[in-house]
Design a binder for this molecule. Structure first.
Ligand code: PLP
Length: 374
């Protein structure tokens, strides 16, 4: 299996730790242990009785129950707790696909969602999101792309990097279309709990027996360093993933599981804080873009905390992003990490002051990087 370089991760490895003004990440402001203790009401003594023994393959009983209560009405048999959704994705692809299988993937997409299947020798087909359609998926096109050979369909809504999403009716149409060909439907709901502008989150898990959903504490919950995610699927499907995990990670650490459990048991406290911040920041970005009409364009995101902004022709976006990182300590992600070199991913989940300063610095650079200067 030959995995292609993960372009976004390579960019982050180079610049994430060197940046003071992060306006490129796709998550919200992260929480410290002290903040968690205060917000969730637990003390360090609560950890004293924890024995650092092995945990269970599908996740320790406490954290598995917490995920189930938060998302699937308490049905633990449908839950596997994973090392972030990255591990869930790997298990899903390895567990459900064979070389040569046809996989239909939203495009652009977070690279790992297509990259594992590609490395396994599957045949990938794209379901394109287009700027000209305001990134909105075309369901008639989906129906044409699906066929008897389609083994799996992979989507992510709200979507990284565009922030676009679908309506409940469209979610039903998606399920019906995938059902007609009997394929698996892999639903990456990393940003499910970050609906913007008063929208309601889409129903999850999906009402479809061959659906496999992924989620994560890395985005809306502000806890990417925990490395906790999950996979929701029928028990027989989870059984396949167990066999692979036996060779990969065995189980999570009980230390990580207890923190994740506490956070999930009072998830609404964390989510409310970050959703409010995302709403304020979204307005701030909207004003910034309005002031640059014609030079920077976007489609206002429906969910998540990233937008995929487009710069006027002549702006060398990757070069601009390198200079921003090296000379201004600003992290912005060039669109070539998603196959769209004239765009950039602008993340607005962080503290508003950091976002404002990052945008100010970007504005100054744009004034010198644009076509007028070149
Ligand atoms: C859409 C999407 N899915 C999955 C992931 C993986 O996140 P994690 O492994 O931290 O859960 C990311 C990270 O950026 C993402 O954007």
């Amino acid at each position: 299996m030959k995995l292609a370089p993960a372009l976004l991760e390579e960019w982050m490895r180079t610049y994430y730790f060197a940046a003071d003004f992060d306006i490129g990440s796709s998550g919200v402001e992260n929480f410290s242990i002290a903040q968690l203790r205060e917000l969730l009401g637990f003390s360090l003594q609560d950890l004293d009785s924890l024995v650092l023994m092995d945990s269970e393959t599908l996740g320790g009983a406490g954290v598995r129950q917490a995920v189930a209560d938060h998302l699937v009405g308490g049905r633990t048999d449908h839950v596997m707790v994973t090392h972030g959704s990255t591990e869930a994705n790997f298990l899903i692809m390895q567990g459900l696909l064979e070389p040569g299988d046809e996989v239909l993937v939203l495009d652009p997409i977070y690279q790992q969602l297509s990259g594992v299947a590609a490395a396994m020798g599957c045949t990938l087909r794209s379901w394109p999101l287009r700027w000209e359609n305001r990134w909105r998926p075309d369901f008639a096109e989906l129906e044409e792309l699906l066929g008897e050979r389609t083994r799996m369909v992979v989507v992510n809504f709200p979507h990284n990097p565009t922030g676009v999403s679908i309506t409940q009716d469209e979610q039903r149409r998606l399920i019906a279309a995938v059902d007609r060909v009997g394929a698996y439907l892999v639903w990456d709901g990393a940003f499910a709990r970050l609906p913007l502008d008063g929208r309601a989150p889409l129903p999850e898990p999906l009402d479809y027996p061959r659906a496999v959903s992924m989620g994560t504490m890395s985005k809306a919950y502000g806890l990417p360093g925990l490395r906790v995610g999950w996979c929701l699927a029928a028990p027989a499907v989870l059984e396949r993933f167990i066999r692979i995990r036996d060779y990969l990670t065995l189980h999570l650490s009980p230390l990580v599981e207890i923190v994740a459990q506490k956070a999930l048991e009072k998830a609404d406290v964390l989510l409310r804080l970050r959703l409010e911040q995302a709403g304020r920041n979204l307005d701030l970005v909207a004003r910034w873009i309005d002031e640059r009409a014609g030079r920077v364009e976007w489609v206002r995101p429906w969910g998540g905390v990233s937008a995929f902004v487009r710069f006027e022709p002549g702006v060398e976006v990757e070069e601009l992003c390198h200079r921003l990182a090296r000379e201004e300590r600003v992290l912005l992600v060039p669109g070539n990490c998603f196959g769209h070199p004239d765009h950039a991913r602008l993340g607005f989940g962080g503290p508003s002051s950091v976002l404002q300063e990052g945008l100010d610095r970007l504005a100054r650079r744009l004034d010198t990087a644009g076509p007028k200067e070149s």
